[in-house]
Ligand binder design. Structure first.
Ligand code: ATP
Length: 140
């Protein structure tokens, strides 16, 4: 079933989620404050817009409240990601998943209502370790 997603922050993490969801046939709105990043995602999203993730009026104007699932993929600037998460929850986006850079960032995000907090490097490290532990790995 086709779903509606917003991806805010088009670095390596956000852009790969955006491209993959779009490839899977979903409606994806891509948002970043950098016009270059937004341009690079035009062919890999349904809509791409330049906006400041902490500007509530811009987020409302873009119609974020009509989306069921948002990803905030701004890892480096904790203040920006926390503010954006808070606004998306205030506006009423049902599911807000957020990238965190460390445990402190994760704890704050959980306090402001993030539905899922992701630390990509940690999660990928754990997955790779399990993969290496599995019997399916061929020993070269
Ligand atoms: P990566 O996924 O590449 O590891 P990262 O987690 O290190 O990225 P940043 O590089 O800080 O995160 O930011 C990711 C994206 O978010 C960048 O493309 C940046 O332009 C965008 N971004 C940063 N601040 C804002 C903002 N206030 N509004 C919208 N986009 C922003």
């Amino acid at each position: 079933m086709k779903k509606q997603f917003i991806i805010i922050g088009l670095g390596r993490f956000g852009s790969s989620i955006c491209k993959e969801l779009f490839k899977l046939g979903h409606d994806v709105m891509a948002i970043d404050s950098s016009p270059e990043r937004v341009d690079s995602m035009r062919n890999f999203s349904s809509h791409a817009a330049v906006a400041n993730a902490t500007d509530e009026a811009s987020l409302r104007e873009l119609g974020v409240r009509n989306f069921e699932h948002a990803v905030v993929a701004i890892g480096e600037n904790m203040q920006t990601s926390v503010l954006c998460t808070l606004m998306l929850k205030e506006i009423g986006v049902p599911l807000v998943w957020v990238k965190a850079k460390d445990v402190q960032h994760q704890m704050i995000l959980e306090k402001v209502g993030a539905d899922r907090v992701i630390q990509p490097e940690n999660e990928m490290g754990i997955r790779i370790a399990h993969h290496m532990d599995s019997e399916k790995v061929v020993d070269y």
